[in-house]
Every structure is written in C-alpha cells, then in structure tokens.
Design a protein around this ligand. Structure first.
Ligand SMILES: C[S@@+](CC[C@H](N)C(=O)[O-])C[C@H]1O[C@@H](n2cnc3c(N)ncnc32)[C@H](O)[C@@H]1O
Length: 375
C-alpha cells in the first residue's frame, strides 16, 4: 500500500483558522509506512491489522482510517471496536466546520512554547473552538515488545494520513525529548480524553491539533469537553475571558495541593507550573492547598454517593465558595450534584431544587447544550 494512502488534496484544518501555520522540521527524515507485520484487513472501510504475529486476535491492534474533508482520522483499537466505529452514521455526514472567525489566535510565548490567546472578549459559556481529532487511540493500545520503543507501530499508524496531517502532528510539542520515541512523545504530550460511545468504560486519547496548543493553568478559564454526538473536542469558556488573556485548560487533578499538582505536571508534561495559584505567597498558598485538598477528599465520596457524618448544607455552601474562589468550575458543578443528593436525602426540597438548577447551569457552561450531564 502506498504511503499517505488517504492523501487529501486539501491541507489540515489549521490553515483555515486564524493561526500561523508552524511547519514541522525534519518530517522528511521520518519513514511513515506500513511495517512488515501489517496486513490489510479490509479496503473499504480501510482497516489494517497492525501486527499479524499477534495470536491474541481479540486484543490485536488495528488501524481504521476515516476519510474526512480536510483531514482523515486514524483509530487505534481492537478489531471489534474498530468495526463498530467504522459503521457509525456520523461518518456519512460532513464534519462540523470550525468557526470562520474563531475568537483566538496562536502565538509563541516566552517560556511556555505556543499559547492560545483571546482575540476579543469571550463570554462565560461561549464555544471557543471545536475540532475533530486526527488520531484516536485506546490508552492501553497493544504494541509488540520489539516495536514499542522503535516507533514502527506509530509510523505505520500515521502512514494512512495525509502528508499535511502528519506534518501538523509532527509540528506539535514533544515534552519528552530523546527519552521517548518522537511520535509517541508528541502524542503523549498532546493527547486529550475521548469517550467512544460504543465503549464508554474504555479510556481513549485523542489528538486535537489546535486544541492541544492551549497551555495549563491551575485555575483555568476554559473547559475541554469531548462531544461524542459530533465527535468533536470543544473548548467552552468557564468565565469571562478578556481580550489578550491566554486561554488555559487543566492538565492535572486540580483538587490537590500545589506540590501534588506540580509533581504531576512535571512527570507527565515536563514543566514546573508557575501559574498565579502556584505563585501565591506562602500563607495564601497554604490556604489554597487546604481548600483544594478538602474538595479533593470529597471526590471518592461523590463518586460513590456517600454522605459522611457531619456533611451539611452549610458545608456544601462552604465547599462551593472555595471551588469558586479557587477557579475550580468543574468541581463546582460536581459539588452541586453532591449537594442536590444530600438535600434530597435530608428532605430539603428547596435546596435540592436550587442545587439541581445551579448544576444544570454549570454543566451547560462547562460542556454546552450537548452535555450528557444535562440529560
Ligand atoms: C499540550 S502542549 C501545549 C502547547 C505547547 N505550549 C506548544 O508549544 O505546542 C504541553 C506543553 O506546553 C508547555 N506548557 C503547558 N502549560 C504550561 C505552563 N503552565 N507553564 C509552562 N509550560 C507549559 C509544556 O512544555 C508542556 O509540555
């Protein structure tokens, strides 16, 4: 099979947006092609078995290429999921178009690489950007031991994308440097979470070539939401963003202390966070840590619907205030749901109604009208 076998005439979506294209260097040095262990499973849909030597057929990795108008998508998954994904009706419809005049631009910053900046004031809840991924991979994708560190697997996976798409991918930041094979390093640096409707319990990662340019902040102004209905990654403003402010998202658990957040960011993204929250004076930093830890301690209880002794409506209000002060808007929504459950359990109809209304508003701001948490 020839290289770039789904080659498109048009370039990647980046060219249509108000962003400066950043050409990748040395892409010609990378030999993107199917490896000797690959074999074609089917031509239409285009499915490639990644490694025919894999005897565990049900767990064998396959590549599925979905042609799109501007750039195709490659899925890396087990065959049974790949077959389901290939049959989705969504591929028969045109991909959602990016806004003709997005409210942001990309810019080189000093110290943080490229950043996303508001071109005009952005309202709370506004959709900032939306795009389909170029790569979607189950997080525990099976790779043969002799291929793991060599890059053969990922060079084969990307070989069916257009040269322009590959160039876009290879232009992205690789936080790992020589310690990691370059394609895998680039994917790991830029992946965001994707939910596959046919396999909601499996963890998937997606590469969104524009959204991944947003940097981290421990009190971010934007929420990343993966919308399975349109199969798009979306950014929604979670507070008013003034013109020229950087658009930021979260890369780590925010309901944790400064030390814990910084350690996680250093391990997975190789930078020391110097955001406003991480730069607070010692007294304020201790207060912020205590509040975030208190919210973090609630997470397992929230997930299991457990109301610990002493939990009261007053405590819910205190935690909501802290989440709001700390800029933890996603947690704010979760606490409202927890508060609703507590109020309902206590027979407090007024607070149950109030918390439920407030939670709906919060989720609509975080995810937009398609939020599964609204239904
Ligand atoms: C997904 S990329 C974000 C876009 C990246 N700035 C670029 O140039 O393409 C993640 C990388 O951006 C940088 N980064 C993100 N947030 C940062 C922050 N708050 N402070 C310093 N560097 C940051 C780190 O190098 C990190 O590994």
């Amino acid at each position: 099979m020839k290289r770039g076998f789904l080659n498109n005439k048009k370039g990647p979506k980046t060219t249509t947006l108000d962003v400066k294209p950043i050409p990748a260097e040395n892409i010609e040095d990378i030999d993107f092609q199917l490896s000797e262990t690959c074999r074609t499973y089917s031509k239409n849909p285009c499915i490639i078995e990644a490694d025919y030597r894999n005897t565990q057929a049900s767990e064998a990795s396959h590549f599925l290429y979905i042609p799109q108008k501007d750039a195709s998508i490659v899925f890396l998954d087990h065959l049974h999921n790949i077959l389901k994904i290939s049959r989705w009706d969504i591929w028969k419809k045109p991909a959602p178009a990016p806004a003709p005049d997005p409210p942001f631009f990309l810019e080189k910053s000093s110290g943080k690489g490229i950043k996303m900046v508001a071109k005009r004031p952005i309202s709370k809840g506004e959709l900032i950007a939306l795009e389909r991924p170029l790569v979607v991979s189950r997080t525990d994708v099976a790779i043969a031991e002799d291929q793991g560190t060599t890059g053969i697997f990922y060079r084969a996976a990307l070989s069916g994308l257009s040269t322009a798409a590959r160039r876009t991918i290879m232009s992205l930041h690789n936080a790992f440097g020589p310690e990691q094979e370059s394609i895998l390093g680039t994917l790991l640096t830029n992946y965001q979470t994707v939910v596959i409707p046919d396999a909601p319990q499996t963890e998937y990662s997606g590469l969104f070539p524009i959204l991944c340019r947003a940097n981290h902040d421990c009190s971010p102004n934007t929420n990343f939401f993966f919308n399975p209905k349109s199969f798009t990654g979306q950014f929604h403003a979670i507070r008013h963003i003034p013109k020229d402010e950087e658009i930021t998202v979260l890369y780590c658990e925010l309901a944790a202390s400064r030390e814990e957040r910084r350690a996680e960011l250093l391990e997975h993204y190789k930078f020391l966070c110097e955001c406003k929250t991480c730069s607070l004076a010692p007294g304020l930093s201790r207060q912020s840590d205590a509040r975030r830890r208190a919210i973090g301690d609630l997470i397992p209880l929230m997930h299991q619907g457990i109301y610990a002794e002493g939990m009261s409506i007053a405590r819910i209000h205190e935690l909501l205030d802290w989440a709001s002060d700390e800029g933890l808007y996603a947690m704010y929504g979760e606490i409202l749901v927890y508060g609703y459950g507590l109020a309902a359990k206590l027979g407090d109809r007024d607070n149950a109604h109030r918390f439920s209304q407030m939670a709906r508003t919060a989720f609509e701001i975080l995810d937009g009208a398609d939020s599964p948490r609204l239904h």
